[in-house]
Design a protein around this ligand. Structure first.
Ligand SMILES: NC(=O)C1=CN([C@@H]2O[C@H](COP(=O)(O)OP(=O)(O)OC[C@H]3O[C@@H](n4cnc5c(N)ncnc54)[C@H](O)[C@@H]3O)[C@@H](O)[C@H]2O)C=CC1
Ligand SMILES: O=C([O-])CC(=O)C(=O)O
Length: 219
């Protein structure tokens, strides 16, 4: 039997990440090849025309799993009935800024959107926070959407882990899939600490420790 469509919210859908993300969701890459979706896309009024352009492209693409598109600048309309919310909308870091520098702008956005999710999202909604500083914004969202179970809210700090893997693989000229046990500690800003103490490279002769192979603590 065909599954019921799931309503998926993407905020900041007219932005760079949002624009890349929505076709992937519409193709089933996020929820699976047999899961129909209704996309809810939220952005701010200055981006309304671009948002409408994103909607037109989605319609043009005729994705079989895409059962509807809501493109809006109204947070209530965007949040109504959604079971998954991908919170990308926000003010991005500009040159010379740290992630924590965009906090004051993004915190107020998160309070407002959390309140809309609290009131209008489907029960048991799952939330992924992307806008920076992602972990702080996730905490704000948790505070202002108390009826969403805590375990349903997560944030995308995986980028930092993947970035560390990528840099080690370049430095040691190995495949990224052969690097293991890298840890990222700290906040999703300048107090973050990529820890390679336990990191190792998989080789045909067994595992080799990354600190010894790099042999340069300053790096
Ligand atoms: N956690 C992570 O790993 C990463 C996080 N980011 C963050 O993701 C966010 C988006 O990045 P980009 O797409 O590159 O930026 P962008 O500037 O291209 O897009 C942001 C979009 O959000 C919209 N927006 C702004 N305020 C909004 C609001 N109140 N409600 C809804 N939409 C709103 C903007 O109009 C714009 O369309 C930024 O905060 C950026 O720092 C970016 C890369 C990785
Ligand atoms: O900070 C940003 O704008 C995006 C991000 O997370 C990174 O590239 O580290």
């Amino acid at each position: 039997m065909a599954k019921e469509p799931v309503r998926v919210l993407v905020t900041g859908a007219a932005g760079q990440i949002g624009y890349a993300l929505v076709p992937m969701i519409a193709r089933g890459i996020m929820l699976g090849p047999d899961q129909p979706v209704i996309l809810h896309m939220l952005d701010i009024p200055p981006a309304a025309e671009a948002l409408n352009g994103v909607k037109m492209e989605l319609v043009d693409a005729a994705f079989p799993l895409l059962k509807g598109v809501v493109a809006t600048t109204d947070a209530v309309e965007a949040c109504t009935g959604v079971s998954v919310a991908v919170m990308v909308g926000g003010f991005p870091r500009k040159e010379g800024m740290e992630r924590k520098d965009v906090m004051s702008k993004n915190v107020s956005i998160y309070k407002a959107q959390a309140s809309a999710l609290e009131k209008y999202a489907a029960p048991n909604c799952k939330v992924l926070v992307v806008a920076n500083p992602a972990n702080t914004n996730a905490l704000i969202l948790k505070e202002f959407a108390p009826s969403i179970p805590e375990k349903n809210i997560t944030c995308l700090t995986r980028l930092d882990h993947n970035r560390a893997l990528g840099q080690i693989s370049e430095r040691l000229n190995v495949q990224v899939s052969d690097v293991k046990n890298v840890i990222i500690w700290g906040n999703h800003s300048s107090t973050q600490y990529p820890d390679v103490t336990h990191a190792a490279i998989k080789t045909p002769e067994g595992e080799k420790p990354v600190p010894a192979l790099v042999n340069d603590d300053a790096w």
